[in-house]
Design a protein around this ligand. Sequence first.
Ligand SMILES: Nc1ncnc2c1ncn2[C@@H]1O[C@H](COP(=O)(O)OP(=O)(O)OP(=O)(O)O)[C@@H](O)[C@H]1O
Ligand SMILES: [Mg+2]
Length: 310
Amino acid sequence: MTVALQIDDVHKWFGSHHVLDGLSLRVDSGEVMGLLGPNGCGKSTVLNIVSKLLPYDLGRVRLMGKPLSEMGHRERELVGVCTQHCALYPDLFPAENLHFFARLYGLSEQERHERVAELMHRFGLENFARTRVGQLSGGWRQRLHLAVSLIHKPKLLLLDEPTAAVDLEARMDLWRLIEGLRDSGTTILLTSHHLAEAQRLCSRVALMRNGQVIAVGSVPELLARLPGQAVAKVQSEDSEAVMQRALDLGWHVRQHTDEMRLLLPQHLSLREIVDALDGTKVSAVSVLAVTLDDVYLELMGEGLRPSPFI
Ligand SMILES: Nc1ncnc2c1ncn2[C@@H]1O[C@H](COP(=O)(O)OP(=O)(O)OP(=O)(O)O)[C@@H](O)[C@H]1O
Ligand SMILES: [Mg+2]
């Protein structure tokens, strides 16, 4: 397994704001790594550093084994980037945007024509050939944005919230496109606030907090670190009594905002849960398999209690 990107102990300050505080992360060739974390935790900063849009202050970043700091203009083109805020030209047609970026990356005229035609076809953009980009829907604009980031066949693709601000149908379309890239072996580092998206697309995910990666692994690996295999969401007018009963049963209890979540040591039926909580005033129970949401809540959950991850 070759390493596409290795970030070691990177620090970044914006003035006195210490945004990255010794962040380390490895992305292997051929994998899709998801970078997750709350607003402002530094996800875009990481991507902007890797694509050399931003300098970093301390630490080491290696791309395909070579220090980023020693890379010339051509080697930087190993990376393709779809920034969080759309970088397309609204007055131009889709193919004109693709040609513009192809020229910027130094593709020859013949390569340009072949590549633009291939991407217009692959991303279904031919139907919008005469629509100015400013007139495209958000979903189609984002498809074009993704196509543009691939124009020079990068070895590492950075996608910053690729499906933010698009509707569900467009999001599912983009997921299929990203899955196609993944299945053809493209190495991808993407950020997202949609945990279901990360769960679907990523081979591994990294969770960020306070400028560091605090947990990394495949979704099954992260789920296996939870102190439960299923979650019962319980509503009760006497939540104290329910919590006490659950604790007596050896279940882990989490109170996130106004929702009580009981982490069950194994899958139990609704009947078994209600029986186990018998005598407490339970008004509603639903039981779900654990997901990345539970991992996220466990790590980010308002500092409720020491997390088993840390
Ligand atoms: N150019 C800049 N100058 C000063 N501060 C900045 C700059 N860019 C980002 N920041 C700050 O750095 C922190 C991290 O920002 P960043 O955009 O990396 O977060 P993020 O995790 O991508 O957030 P979001 O999920 O909202 O996109 C934020 O507090 C942000 O305000
Ligand atoms: Mg961001």
